[in-house]
Design a binder for this molecule. Structure first.
Ligand code: AMP
Ligand code: GLY
Length: 468
């Protein structure tokens, strides 16, 4: 089997590696030459991955049996449509269905139209006057987010990215006057988790739950990033996430797929729900139409049984054999090595010496992101995330410790979050949720309603499930 991978980051390196483990030939279309993918690709071309015509022409010339699209931008520009029109079964929704990610407005309104109530209170102002009215209407902290793609970096959270409502109003208005749509949402309190699923005509097949670390610095400080790292737990839940909450989130994904279908939008690809576990249960923050980066790296590391190429082809063709959707019962931790200053003012061009073979011998896997080889064992970082290291063990903190131990094989100008997957960090998150869900917990100062946008915020209700 010959598979096209679109994109050249660490997530795509991990997708390519999983295909390679399944004895598939990997062909790559990306803007950059990813040193990991280059090491095993049967063919690789520097093309703009968001150019549907160029990607489809390359895929046809390479006679691939299927294609999988890594990043969001090619989905938003219609690369999956072009590949399908060229007769190539593709993992990734077409441009219209990919609006579930590329337009947060579309996603929120779709859920509202179909009565899927796992949403924060939100307002989508059409004019600058409506921004002022919306801001005045929140009786607690709120967030501002551009509707379009921002690589996870456009969201402003009150109390974190801004203090005064008028700063947020100015930001929201600046998005509007540039012709963009903007959402204002109540700020939810809780812990985030990512639930990804393979979605095709035959059903919705969930993957292990992952928690992503979006803030650049330890203790969840600093700017929002694409993700500094992530972990997953042996039982495919999370330390703070009971099975009931995962099941409710899965039901939100299933109902969303039903809503898309009811509106004539077929979906064959990965659907990623970014949720906040709140006192009211899981609330949807955003959808992505692809594997998360880094979350995809966690789950792909656990996919070693079965045949990944066959699974992807099943997704692309509309029918998945459920026996192929199996993930090993192990914990994983991914940590990204990033350029110093990443998340705020990243410094490009730093060089890093990395003995990838020694790391792999010690256990962790190495996935290359936005780096350029500059000599044997030497790479140069850009301003983006450089290298993902993933450790595996039976407990999350042990998987994290394995990544930390691998750092002895890395030298140079990089930084990372040491706190991802530590016992202390896990305890803090579990305690956070325990406090939120505790019987008789003080009503949150935040309006934790999951009401429809124009309904008044409901008063705090008792938690609906307990931690085990
Ligand atoms: P998004 O791109 O919508 O996932 O937002 C990026 C990040 O902003 C999320 O992962 C959250 O950390 C934060 N965020 C987004 N929406 C909210 C919200 N309504 N309440 C609190 N935090 C939010
Ligand atoms: N880690 C979040 C994302 O892939 O967008």
């Amino acid at each position: 089997m010959r598979f096209l991978v679109v994109g050249g980051g660490a997530r795509e390196h991990a997708i390519g590696a999983a295909l390679q483990r399944a004895q598939a030939e990997v062909v790559v279309a990306s803007a950059n030459a990813n040193p990991g993918l280059e090491s095993f690709a049967a063919a690789s071309a520097r093309i703009d991955p968001t150019d549907p015509t160029a990607v489809a022409a390359f895929a046809r010339a390479q006679r691939v049996d299927g294609a999988v699209i890594g990043p969001e931008a090619p989905l938003a520009s219609g690369v999956a449509d072009a590949l399908r029109a060229a007769g190539i079964p593709t993992v990734g929704p077409g441009r219209d269905a990919a609006r579930i990610e590329s337009s947060k407005q579309f996603a929120r309104e779709l859920l509202t139209r179909h009565g899927i109530d796992a949403q924060p209170r939100y307002v989508i102002p059409a004019t600058v006057e409506e921004v002022d009215r919306a801001v005045a209407g929140f009786d607690g902290p709120f967030v501002v987010k551009p509707s379009g793609l921002t690589a996870g970096k456009g969201v402003w959270v009150q109390g974190v990215d801004f203090t005064e409502p008028k700063e947020a109003a100015t930001y929201a208005k600046s998005i509007l006057v540039q012709g963009g749509a903007v959402l204002l949402e109540e700020r939810l309190d809780g812990e985030e988790f990512s639930l990804m699923a393979f979605v095709t005509d035959s059903g919705v097949y969930p993957m292990p739950v992952v928690q992503d670390f979006k803030r650049a610095q330890e203790g969840d400080r600093g700017g929002n990033t694409g993700g500094m790292g992530s972990y997953s737990q042996r039982d495919h839940l999370l330390p703070f996430l009971p099975a009931e909450a995962r099941d409710r989130a899965l039901s939100v994904l299933e109902r969303t797929v039903g809503a898309l279908r009811a509106e004539g939008l077929a979906y064959r690809g990965i659907l990623y729900g970014g949720f906040m576990l709140t006192a009211r249960g899981p609330v949807l923050l955003e959808y992505n139409a692809r594997f998360g980066d880094p979350e995809g790296i966690n789950v792909l590391t656990l996919y070693e049984e079965g045949n990944f190429a066959e699974l992807l082809l099943g997704v692309a063709n509309g029918r998945v054999d459920p026996n192929l959707v199996r993930f090993r019962l192990r914990a994983t931790v991914v940590k990204y090595l990033v350029p110093p200053g990443y998340g705020d003012r990243p410094r490009a061009g730093g060089t890093v010496e990395i003995d990838a073979a020694a790391i792999e011998r010690a256990g962790p896997h190495v996935y290359f992101g936005s780096v350029e080889p500059v000599g044997p064992g030497r790479i140069r970082f850009s301003t983006s995330r450089g290298v993902a290291l993933v450790g595996e063990a039976s407990a999350i903190h042990e998987a994290g410790a394995r990544v930390e131990a691998a750092l002895r094989f890395v030298r140079g100008e990089y930084t990372l979050r040491h706190d991802i997957g530590t016992k202390e960090d896990l305890a803090r998150r579990t305690e956070h949720v325990r406090r939120l869900l505790a019987p008789g917990a003080k009503p949150s100062p935040l309006p934790l309603s999951v009401a429809a946008p124009d309904a008044p915020p409901s008063s705090a209700s008792p938690p609906e499930f307990q931690l085990h």
